[in-house]
Ligand binder design. Structure first.
Ligand code: DHB
Length: 387
């Protein structure tokens, strides 16, 4: 197959990129090794920055972020048994939307297929050959060889990216940090326990009370990275969650899904080489605290779409040359924010009494300061997309 842009990975970044390219009249082919059903049913994060919602508005009514999702004008930080509201509207006049990533994917896939996008599921990229006419060497669902020749290849194929090697020379090379904890995530059938999300620092570790709908809730608690999801009974899961959110009685209900989320910070050393560029998790990973992952992927795509427009419509390379530096500014701000929220809210296994008291001092510094609250609100709702 020949096309102008080959996009490896049909996550939020790859799908939105194909839409933005089509708006500029640039044809693309998107492949993903997963099935459509797998993509549309994998549970991921749930918070969209205001700028992400605005960009999704450009796919038209197919985006249900505003109709099915819910606007949230604040969150609560809880520590020492007391809740402190971060009022986004009052601090920065912005908001976020609670709308699960797999719903975003359903919307994007429906819109792309309706627009006639060449979108192929079950196609596994094996490697990318960089060069003037870069090629994606892949296999289809039956194992038959499949190749795409393009003018440009974009790796939007997630944290275990195959495309990364064509940019960095290795599948791993990057700035990297691990954390000595993970999140145990549950989905349960119950009404919301709180109007807004609660990020709770407790002596027993962190918990996050999030939501999905009027009848389904998403909650997480800090656990050891090697925790087995089967290790807890349902009653034990509720005990773990409840003891970390003192002051709020959690509304319990059947838990129908459990997963463990790993915590990593990663930025690839290089984000573009020749005619191949990386976006989203292929380029960087953040720990989940603060929900920056998908939003950051979408911010990359916005910058890359403009650069590809300049390259492919006007033969102008300047924006593409600037791509790594342009997106790195936001990537490292988001790296800092995600690390900061993580380190401020979790109980490190090796923390001393000094560390714990300092952490509470840090939380108090934020919630008792107009400027501290404003920094958190600004970062959480998302920095402007155009700078
Ligand atoms: C959710 C996940 C996050 O990492 C976060 O900071 C807020 C919400 C969620 O899945 O609902």
């Amino acid at each position: 197959v020949r096309t102008r842009v080959a996009i490896v990975g049909a996550g939020p970044a790859g799908l939105l990129l194909s839409h933005l390219l089509e708006q500029a009249g640039i044809e693309s082919v998107v492949i993903d090794q997963r099935s459509r059903d797998e993509i549309e049913s994998t549970i991921r994060a749930g918070i969209l920055e205001q700028g992400t919602v605005e960009l999704l508005d450009t796919i038209g009514p197919a985006s249900r972020a505003r109709t099915v999702g819910h606007r949230h004008d604040g969150i609560e930080l809880r520590f020492e048994g007391e809740g402190h509201r971060i009022d986004f509207a009052a601090s920065v006049g912005r908001a976020v939307w609670l709308y699960p990533q797999h719903e975003v994917l359903k919307d994007l896939i429906a819109a792309r297929l309706a627009a006639g996008q060449d979108l192929r599921f079950g196609v596994t990229a094996e490697r990318i050959e960089n060069g003037d006419r870069p090629r994606v060497i892949a296999r289809d669902a039956d194992g038959a060889p499949f190749e795409i020749e393009a003018e440009f290849v974009v790796g939007s194929d997630g944290s275990r990216s195959v495309a990364r090697a064509a940019v960095t020379g290795s599948s791993t090379g990057g700035y990297f940090r691990e954390y000595p904890f993970a999140w145990f995530g549950v989905l349960c059938e119950a009404p919301p326990s709180s109007d807004e999300l609660i990020y709770s620092n407790s002596p027993d570790g962190f918990a996050l009370v999030s939501q999905r709908s009027a009848t389904v809730q998403r909650m997480y608690f800090q656990c050891a990275p090697d925790t087995d999801t089967a290790a807890y009974s349902e009653a034990q899961l509720w005990d773990e969650l409840q003891k970390r959110v003192p002051g709020t009685e959690l509304k319990q209900g059947p838990i129908f899904q459990r997963d463990v989320l790993r915590f990593r910070s990663f930025v690839a050393h290089e984000l573009r080489r020749g005619r191949v560029a990386l976006v989203g998790d292929a380029a960087h990973t953040v720990p989940p605290t603060g929900a920056k992952g998908m939003n950051l992927a979408i911010a990359d795509v916005r910058v890359l779409a403009k650069a590809l427009r300049a390259l492919l419509l006007d033969g102008e390379e300047r924006l593409l040359d600037a791509y790594p530096e342009t997106v790195s500014r936001r990537i490292w701000k988001a790296q800092h924010f995600s690390w900061w929220m993580t380190s401020m809210l979790h109980a490190a296994p090796d923390a001393t009494d000094f560390d714990r008291r300092r952490q509470l001092g840090e939380l108090r510094t934020v919630v008792e300061s107009e400027h501290g609250r404003a920094y958190l609100a600004e970062a959480y709702c998302g920095w402007p997309l155009d700078v």
